[in-house]
Design a protein around this ligand. Structure first.
Ligand SMILES: [Zn+2]
Ligand SMILES: [Zn+2]
Length: 257
C-alpha cells in the first residue's frame, strides 16, 4: 500500500463518521471497489488472502515470495524481524508464531513465517542456532553456530581438509590436515611459539585462524596414493596458504590424514 492511499483511506473514514447519513451511494461503491483492490493487489495489507477459489496456503506462499519484505535475524534465538510495507512483525520459528494480525487473529501460517523459512532455506539469513561471523580473510559474512567462538573463514577462503595448497612464502606444495578456529596469535607450536611470532608470517593477519598442513616434498614422485601419516604438521595463518585452481590440483589421492 502506498502512503497516499493510506492517507486517503484514513481521511475517508473520518469523513464517513461525520457525514454518514448523507453519504452518496456512489462514494460507498467506490470505497468498496477500492477496498477490494487493496485486499487482492500485490501491495495489499495483511488481510484476506487473494481471490476466492485460490488455495489460501499456496496464495500465502506466493505472496511470501513476491512481496517486498526485509528479514533480519534478531539476537534472541529463533526470532526474526520482518519489515514490510504494511508494518514490521516478529516471527519466532521455534514456536512457529508471528505478531501479525493474520497469525494472531486468524491463526494462519502467515506469509511472514513462510518468507523467513524461505530465506533460511536459501541461506540469506542464519538458521536458528546460528549467527553471522566475518571471514577473517575477506570480511564476508559466514554462518556459524551461535555458541562457537574463535576465527572463521568463508567458503572461498576455507580450504578442505585433504586439499592440496601452496605456501606463498616457500612456494611449496602442502596438504591441509586441519582447519582450526584458533587465531594465529593464540595458537602455539610445541615449543610455545605463537604462529604470529614467526617472521615468515609477518605479512598475514594475526587474527586469522590457523590451518594445519604437511609438506608434500618428494612424495609426489612415488607411485600410488600420498600417505601423509607420520609427517610433521605445521600451522599457518589461513591466507598464507593459497588454494589451487582445478588445473593446478594434483590428481593423487591422499591418505593418512
Ligand atoms: Zn505474520
Ligand atoms: Zn573470505
Amino acid at each position: 500500500m502506498t502512503p497516499s492511499l493510506n492517507a486517503e483511506r484514513r481521511s475517508e473514514t473520518d469523513d464517513e463518521r461525520e457525514r454518514r447519513p448523507h453519504r452518496p451511494r456512489r462514494r460507498a461503491a467506490e470505497r468498496r471497489a477500492r477496498h477490494a483492490l487493496l485486499s487482492t493487489g500485490p501491495d495489499a495489507p495483511d488481510g484476506p488472502d487473494g481471490p476466492l477459489g485460490v488455495d489460501p496456503g499456496a496464495e500465502r506462499s506466493a505472496r511470501a515470495r513476491r512481496e517486498p519484505m526485509a528479514v533480519f535475524a534478531l539476537r534472541s534465538d529463533d526470532q526474526y524481524l520482518v519489515d514490510t510495507d504494511g508494518g514490521s512483525y516478529v516471527v519466532d520459528v521455534g514456536s512457529d508464531t508471528c505478531t501479525c494480525p493474520d497469525y494472531e487473529i486468524r491463526h494462519h501460517r502467515c506469509k511472514h513465517l513462510r518468507r523467513v523459512d524461505m530465506e533460511i532455506g536459501i541461506g540469506r539469513v542464519p538458521a536458528p542456532g546460528e549467527r553471522v561471523a566475518a571471514c577473517a580473510v575477506c570480511g564476508a559474512g559466514v554462518f556459524v553456530p551461535t555458541r562457537e567462538t574463535g576465527a572463521f573463514l568463508c567458503g572461498d577462503h576455507r580450504p578442505a581438509v585433504g586439499a592440496f595448497v601452496r605456501d606463498r612464502e616457500a612456494d611449496k606444495l602442502l596438504v591441509v590436515t586441519g582447519v582450526t578456529r584458533t587465531r594465529a596469535d593464540e595458537y602455539r607450536t610445541a615449543d610455545g611459539t605463537r604462529i604470529s611470532d614467526y617472521e615468515t608470517n609477518a605479512d598475514y593477519g594475526d587474527h586469522e585462524p590457523v590451518i594445519e598442513a604437511v609438506y608434500v616434498g618428494n612424495a609426489m614422485r612415488s607411485p600410488g596414493p600420498l600417505d601423509v601419516s607420520g609427517r610433521r604438521r605445521y600451522g599457518f595463518p589461513a591466507s598464507r596458504l593459497r588454494r589451487l585452481t582445478p588445473d593446478e590440483r594434483p590428481r593423487k589421492p591422499v591418505i593418512g590424514i
